[in-house]
Write a protein that binds this ligand. Structure first.
Ligand code: SF4
Length: 217
């Protein structure tokens, strides 16, 4: 028998996926991060004839193992924007190139139960690539990112995800001291670019993979 918590989230995720489809996204529900990786590798990649792939920074994406799996594929050109060992200027250029990738894979800060994607970026390369640029986008989200509406999404991001990420990245921002967003003016502020995707255009360009696991922040 499925564990009650998994069964509960399974229904919430199916309802959210249905709302996403009504908003012209392609949407899937899978059990775990491994299944999300397999869906990308075995379904999304082959059917779209992808040549180049890029990533938006995401702990959820890392949990799937997709960056390592794609790096091993000879027939895929990887635009590696996750390698922080390379100089900052080169990394910036790769992020610009990533906007023209065939497939962009990332997470989402929140998904609303009425089928909207809500994101907040420091640079904007991830949030903007979801909206426009790459031919196809795969957004992988854990069940912990599902919220009732846009207000709840923004509250979740500003009061939880952003401070936790600022701590993870050792930013010198007030939220790392208080655990609350202080709407700072810090040069290291990580909250600069919001995007809300209400409807996917063109229809089906963005595939949302809802995972019945807690993933990322
Ligand atoms: S605006 Fe500043 S204080 Fe608020 S969460 Fe973002 S980085 Fe932290």
């Amino acid at each position: 028998m499925q564990a009650p918590v998994d069964a509960y989230y399974g229904k919430r995720l199916e309802q959210t996926a249905e709302a996403l489809r009504a908003n012209h996204f392609e949407a899937h529900v899978v059990a775990d991060a491994d299944a999300a990786r397999n869906l990308v590798l075995e379904t999304l990649l082959p059917r779209s004839g992808v040549l180049s792939v890029a990533f938006g920074g995401s702990l959820t994406l890392a949990a799937t193992g997709l960056p390592a799996a794609l790096a091993r594929m000879d027939n895929v050109s990887l635009i590696d924007t996750l390698d922080h060992a390379i100089p900052a200027e080169q990394l910036y250029e790769r992020r610009r190139q990533a906007l023209l990738a065939d497939l962009f894979i990332t997470g989402s800060n929140a998904v609303t139960e009425d089928g909207l994607l809500v994101n907040l970026d420091m640079i904007g390369n991830r949030a903007c690539a979801i909206a426009f640029g790459p031919r196809q986008v795969a957004v992988i989200v854990g069940r912990n990112k599902i919220v009732p509406d846009v207000n709840a999404a923004m509250a979740r991001i500003k009061n939880f995800a952003a401070p936790v990420n600022a701590m993870r990245l050792s930013k010198k921002t007030p939220c790392t001291a208080t655990a609350h967003c202080e709407d700072c003016g810090s040069p290291q502020r990580i909250c600069n670019v919001w995007t809300i995707i209400e409807k996917c255009f063109p229809r089906g360009r963005i595939t949302v993979i809802c995972v019945n696991q807690d993933l990322g922040f």
